[in-house]
Design a protein around this ligand. Structure first.
Ligand SMILES: Nc1ncnc2c1ncn2[C@@H]1O[C@H](COP(=O)(O)OP(=O)(O)OP(=O)(O)O)[C@@H](O)[C@H]1O
Ligand SMILES: [Mg+2]
Length: 266
């Protein structure tokens, strides 16, 4: 197996406050890992440490076997797509400029290729082409999120980090974006780490689900294992809601989870 990311005994503290300790995690190539856990348990911290936005207090993080501390940060981030909740678009740039920000860096001399790539990604995330010249302040929240997702994908990253990317969109849009993302994932075979508060979304999208509570891994397993063999009381309670919404016998539970019965973590 080809390990993309490995956390080795990682510790992260902000001042005196220890958020993660003895944190070990391996993500294999082509996995779609969904991360769910109580608020403040360290999910965003995990993603930010992968692309070097924050540094671990102890231990090491390996990307394709190499300690990220030894990597050039600009090079590191070029191969990682990062989409976060809320607007992180450049306010003074148009939609087109926002999406092409990274591809522009990569192919400065080939403007037409960049333009084509922008059109392609706008279409994939369901943004009308006529929005190209707009500024972020002239878009709805859902449209801004789609631009952010298009930008994170436009550089053709081999690793995609998404921090509650569908948090601010309505249920219908969210459903469409889930389908689009799943298709992109299936077509490209990229590795995805996706933080969500919604257990239904975590079970539906993930090939593996990482359940965290207070910086401690409760379970890291495929969705069907979570549903049928929850490792801890925390996981049992988390998936219990899914089971209750479904009210189905054991063998039907998985189908039900994939069809998207909704329940959010509190
Ligand atoms: N820069 C910082 N300085 C101090 N404490 C921080 C900082 N960033 C995060 N924290 C604290 O670290 C803990 C973990 O934060 P993190 O953002 O990783 O949580 P999270 O799991 O993403 O939460 P949420 O689900 O609310 O987004 C929280 O208690 C938070 O208050
Ligand atoms: Mg967070």
């Amino acid at each position: 197996m080809n390990t993309v990311i490995a956390f080795k005994d990682v510790k992260k503290a902000y001042g005196d406050k220890v958020v993660l300790e003895h944190f070990n995690l391996s993500v294999e190539q082509g996995e779609f890992v969904t991360i769910i856990g109580s608020s403040g348990c360290g999910k965003t911290t995990i993603l930010k440490m992968i692309n070097g936005l924050i540094k671990p207090t102890g231990g090491s993080i390996l990307l394709h076997g190499q300690n990220i501390e030894e990597k050039d940060m600009i090079q590191l981030r070029r191969n990682i797509g990062y989409a976060i909740q809320g607007s992180v678009l450049f306010p003074h740039m148009t939609v087109e400029q926002n999406i092409s920000y990274v591809p522009n860096l990569l192919n400065k001399r080939d403007k037409q290729r960049t333009r084509n790539a922008v059109s392609k990604w706008m279409k994939i995330v369901g943004l009308d082409e006529e929005l190209k010249e707009r500024y972020p302040s002239e878009l709805s929240g859902g449209q801004q999120q789609r631009v952010g997702i298009a930008r994170s994908l436009a550089a053709s990253p081999d690793l995609l980090l998404m921090d509650e990317p569908f948090g601010a969109v309505d249920e219908i849009t969210r459903g469409q974006l889930q389908v689009e993302l799943k298709q992109i994932y299936e077509k490209t075979g990229i590795t995805v780490l996706f933080v969500t508060h919604d257990i239904s979304e975590a079970l539906k999208l993930g090939t593996k689900v990482l359940v965290m509570d207070h910086g401690v891994i409760q379970q890291y397993a495929p969705p069907d294992v979570l549903l049928h063999a929850p490792a801890t009381e925390f996981v049992r309670r988390l998936v219990e809601k899914e089971r209750r919404v479904c009210r189905l016998p054991e063998e039907k539970l998985l189908d039900c989870a994939y069809s998207g019965a909704s329940s959010a973590i509190e």
